[in-house]
Design a protein around this ligand. Structure first.
Ligand SMILES: [Zn+2]
Length: 203
């Protein structure tokens, strides 16, 4: 019986294991799982962007100019970044794909969940390059810049979010210089449900 098990099951198990091995550390999976609800048992959490290495972040559309900032009179829920149609959008941080597909006015849209408590959204793609459940490293291709959904012209509508609520991505990225803002960010949940951001000094 035992011999049979080895003969018939071992080769399949090995093939399966090879195909199915995620190229991401188990601790990172656990951290992202824990970040599903960063407010689960507290009203604030902290992200330390000061020590992020080059492997831990990527500007979402390298070489882009910012067309339209967050907020303003039209209550823009994201930041519009533009290069050229078909250019590759990239994962801002390591994380898991939690949505990939047509999504209302966002067109072909991808949402990633990251271990730092954030989610990032990439929309109006001409084509998504990732599937739900896939794990990405920072800088991995996410989609191709396009104008699906409600979009005037090819651009990336990029959102940074906490539990589905968007906030100004320029709190994290310097869109003029395409860099990460090196700081400690404290995200607090207000009584009315809105988010409050403050910066803490880097020691
Ligand atoms: Zn937009």
């Amino acid at each position: 019986m035992l011999l049979q098990f080895f003969i018939f099951h071992l080769p399949f198990t090995m093939v399966f294991a090879q195909d199915d091995t995620p190229d991401i550390d188990e601790w990172q999976v656990m951290r992202v799982e824990a970040a599903k609800d960063p407010f689960a048992n507290r009203d604030q959490f902290t992200i330390n962007f000061a020590n992020y290495t080059v492997e831990e972040w990527c500007y979402p559309l390298p070489g882009a100019k910012m067309n339209s900032p967050y907020g303003g009179s039209r209550h823009h829920g994201g930041t519009d970044l533009q290069t050229f149609a078909g250019d590759t959008t990239r994962a801002a941080f390591p994380g898991e794909v939690i949505l990939s597909g047509p999504y209302y006015a966002y067109g072909n849209c991808v949402i990633l969940r990251h271990a730092n408590g954030l989610e990032t959204m990439y929309s109006h793609h001409s084509r998504n390059l990732v599937k739900v459940g896939q794990w990405l490293q920072a800088g991995d291709p996410v989609g191709l810049e396009g104008h699906t959904g409600r979009a005037t012209g090819d651009h990336l509508h990029f959102e940074t979010r906490v539990r589905g609520r968007s906030f100004d991505s320029s709190r994290i990225f310097d869109h003029a210089n395409h860099t990460l803002i090196r700081q400690i960010v404290v995200v607090s949940k207000q009584k009315n449900g809105t988010l409050k951001f403050s910066s803490a000094k880097v020691e």
